[in-house]
Write a protein that binds this ligand. Structure first.
Ligand SMILES: [Zn+2]
Ligand SMILES: [Zn+2]
Length: 428
C-alpha cells in the first residue's frame, strides 16, 4: 500500500471536477446558432460602413478605382449582387443548422483539471533535463544542490528534473485520511494556464486560418484552370472588375458553398474550437473577406497590413490582366509564393489606363446624351424612350447621375491619377 501511495504522489495529483452545461454568450441563443448569426450581421454591418464611405466619398484618396470605373466596368447590377449574397447566406445558415443538429452539448467545469494536466506535462518535460545536461557532460544533481544552497530553489528543481521537495500540499481522501502530496510550482501553473487559455486557442485559430487559406487557394485556382468550372461557376464573381465590400460573397451558389461554407466548416471541425471560439473565427474570416473587396487601400486599416493579402492584392486578381494570379485569399499569400502565382508585373500604369478608359466612356456617354438632348424634338425624344430597353434607360439615368457625381468629385478623381493606388510594394 505504501508503495502505491508513493507512486500516486510521485506527481502532483489532478483536481476533481464537476461538469455543467456551458451558458450561452447571449441569453437565449446557443453559441452554435450565434456562430451562424454573427458573421451575417458582421458582413452587412461592415459592408454598409464601406458603402457609406463610398456614397459620401469620404476617403477618395484611398480608392483603388474611380466612380467612373465603378459605373462602367462591372458586369452586374448591385441588386443582383445583393440577391446572390442573400442566397449564399441562406445556404450557409442551412448548412450550419444541419451541422448544429449533430452538435454535442458543450460543458464547463474542467478548466482547472485541464490546466493541471498541462502542468503535469510540463513536469514530465523537466524529467528529461538531467539527461540533456549529461549529454553536455554536466552533473545535474551537483548543479541543483549548488543552486539550492544559493537560494535558487525553483531553478534547482528544474535542473534536478522537476523535483521540488519543499513544495507540497495536503490531500484529504474520500475516506477522510489526510496525506501530504507534491504540488505544482507557481511557474508551472502560470505556464500551464497560458498554454490552456491563450496558446491553444491561438493555435486553433491559426490552424483554422491555414485550412481556409489552403482550401480556398486550391479550389479557387482549380476554378481558373478548368474552363468548365470557370464558365459554369467562378466567372460570376469576376463580373466585378471593380469590387466593392458587399460584393465579397457575390458568387455562384455552388461556388459559395464549396469555397466559403465548406472551407470554413472544415476549418472549424478540424481545429477543435469551441462554438464560442467559432463565433469569432467565422466573424473574423467574414470581415477579412469583406475588407479584401472594399475597394480601398487604407493606411490605417489593420486588416490590410497584418499580412500582404489585402484589398489591393485581391483587386489585382479582379483585373483582366491579373486574373491568372493572386489566387490566395483571404489571409496569407504563402500559396501564391510557393506556386509562383503572385502578380509580379507593374500595376500603376495599368490602373491608370483603366481609369482613363472608364472616364472616356463616361464622357462619351455624356456627349451623346447632350447631343440627343439638343438635336431631338421633345416628341421625338419620348418616342425614342419608348423603344429603349429598361436596361438602357437605367444605364442612361446612371450615367447622368455619375456625370453629376464625377463633376463634383473631379478634383479628387483627377488627383487619383497621380496617387499611388495603394498596392503594397511587397506585392510587386
Ligand atoms: Zn478568381
Ligand atoms: Zn474576389
Amino acid at each position: 500500500m505504501a508503495t502505491n501511495a508513493t507512486m500516486v504522489f510521485d506527481l502532483p495529483p489532478l483536481p476533481t471536477y464537476t461538469l455543467s452545461p456551458r451558458p450561452p454568450l447571449v441569453d437565449g441563443i446557443p453559441d452554435n446558432i450565434l456562430a451562424l448569426i454573427v458573421p451575417i450581421v458582421a458582413y452587412w454591418s461592415v459592408s454598409m460602413l464601406f458603402h457609406l464611405i463610398d456614397v459620401y466619398d469620404l476617403f477618395s484618396q484611398y480608392r483603388l478605382h474611380t466612380p467612373a470605373e465603378l459605373l462602367t466596368r462591372n458586369r452586374v447590377s448591385r441588386w443582383d449582387v445583393v440577391k446572390d449574397v442573400v442566397l449564399q447566406h441562406v445556404i450557409q445558415t442551412l448548412a450550419g443548422l444541419t451541422l448544429a443538429y449533430f452538435d454535442d452539448q458543450e460543458y464547463i467545469g474542467r478548466e482547472e483539471y485541464d490546466v493541471a494536466v498541462w502542468a503535469r506535462r510540463i513536469r514530465f518535460v523537466q524529467r528529461g533535463m538531467p539527461y540533456l545536461l549529461a549529454v553536455f557532460g554536466l552533473d545535474a544533481s551537483g548543479m541543483a544542490a549548488n543552486l539550492s544552497q544559493n537560494g535558487h530553489k525553483l531553478l534547482a528543481g528544474v535542473i534536478a528534473g522537476g523535483h521540488y521537495p519543499g513544495i507540497t500540499q495536503s490531500i484529504i481522501s474520500e475516506t477522510g485520511i489526510e496525506s501530504v502530496a507534491p504540488a505544482f510550482t507557481s511557474w508551472e501553473l502560470s505556464l500551464a494556464s497560458f498554454i490552456y487559455w491563450y496558446f491553444i486557442p491561438a493555435l486553433q485559430f491559426f490552424w483554422g486560418i491555414c485550412v481556409v487559406d489552403t482550401w480556398q487557394y486550391f479550389l479557387h485556382r482549380a476554378m481558373h484552370l478548368n474552363r468548365w468550372l470557370y464558365v459554369k461557376f467562378h466567372s460570376r464573381h469576376h463580373r466585378l472588375y471593380v469590387p466593392y465590400a458587399f460584393g465579397a460573397l457575390y458568387n455562384h451558389p455552388v461556388e459559395g458553398f464549396l469555397l466559403d461554407t465548406l472551407g470554413a466548416g472544415i476549418a472549424f471541425l478540424t481545429s477543435g474550437m469551441t462554438h464560442r471560439q467559432s463565433v469569432w473565427f467565422f466573424a473574423f474570416s467574414t470581415i477579412k473577406t469583406v475588407d479584401d473587396h472594399c475597394g480601398y487601400a487604407f493606411p490605417w486599416d489593420p486588416l490590410q497590413h497584418v499580412t500582404s493579402n489585402n484589398a489591393a492584392y485581391h483587386d489585382i486578381h479582379h483585373q483582366s490582366w491579373g486574373i491568372k494570379t493572386n489566387f490566395s485569399q483571404p489571409f496569407f499569400i504563402i500559396w501564391d509564393r510557393l506556386f509562383d502565382t503572385q502578380w509580379k508585373g507593374e500595376v500603376k500604369l495599368r490602373y491608370e489606363r483603366s481609369r482613363d478608359n472608364a472616364q472616356k466612356q463616361v464622357d462619351e456617354g455624356a456627349e451623346m446624351d447632350s447631343n440627343v438632348d439638343t438635336d431631338t424634338a421633345p416628341e421625338q425624344h419620348s418616342q425614342d424612350a419608348a423603344i429603349v430597353s429598361p436596361e438602357e434607360t437605367t444605364d442612361r439615368i446612371a450615367r447622368t447621375r455619375l456625370r453629376k457625381k464625377t463633376a463634383n468629385l473631379s478634383p479628387s478623381v483627377d488627383s487619383l491619377k497621380s496617387v499611388n493606388h495603394g498596392v503594397a510594394s511587397s506585392v510587386l
